[in-house]
Ligand binder design. Structure first.
Ligand code: FE
Length: 213
């Protein structure tokens, strides 16, 4: 076998790829879709919209008490308005932020389908859409959290929030200890996608990082 060159097609396409390409070619040929629009959509969900947006919101809430208060009172505005971050778009309407505390841990699910706050988290991961997660998050939230490696103190209450077409939730995770000296950008790097769904916690700072003046 020769080494693949940038212009060769060395890997066999999966069945799904073949189907998607066939469908795309057909829709293009018939003029039903505009390639520039399609590229724009793909670029939006690959680069512009994603958990890095939500991480910035969380880091701001950790460092700015007035912003935290605004986020908890009206997350749609605090996230979407120009005075906030200006993150708007489909499935970003009616956003509600719920705050984790030492007493309460929040977990988000959509039992019906896969409702998810796209402007702050991007597209949902496959497990979020899976039937086992959707069913078990309600019946056995602690079991689900354990599967994700999250073990909470026994006296922490776990609250499960069911997303709908009307309300999307963003979990405001607890700020890790030892992060007092970190900048907002450094803090945002600790905020994982899962910590904003409630299936994870924000990461601890790297050794030494928190101690930096
Ligand atoms: Fe849904």
């Amino acid at each position: 076998m020769t080494e693949p060159t940038p212009h060769s097609h060395p890997a066999a396409l999966s069945d799904m790829d073949v189907r998607v390409r066939a469908l795309e070619s057909l829709l293009l040929e018939k003029g039903y879709i505009d390639p520039a629009t399609l590229d724009e959509l793909i670029d939006t969900y690959e680069h512009r919209v994603g958990p890095h947006n939500g991480a910035r919101v969380v880091a701001r809430a950790w460092t700015d008490p007035a912003y935290r208060e605004w986020l908890l009172r009206d997350a749609t505005a605090a996230v979407g308005e120009p005075g906030g971050f200006g993150f708007t778009g489909r499935q970003g309407e009616h956003l509600v932020a719920i705050e984790n505390t030492p007493q309460i841990h929040n977990l988000v699910v959509c039992t019906l389908c896969s409702c998810y706050p796209w402007p702050v988290l991007g597209l949902p991961p496959a497990w979020y859409k899976s039937a086992p997660f959707r069913a078990r998050a309600v019946i056995d939230p602690r079991g689900v959290l354990a599967d994700f490696g999250v073990v909470l103190p026994a006296d922490t209450e776990v609250r499960v929030w069911d997303s709908t077409a009307e309300i999307r939730y963003l979990v405001l995770p607890q700020r890790p200890s030892g992060t007092e000296a970190l900048s907002e950008a450094q803090l945002a790097a600790l905020v994982t996608r899962d910590s904003m769904i409630g299936t994870g916690l924000a990461m601890a700072p790297a050794i030494g990082e928190g101690a930096r003046p």
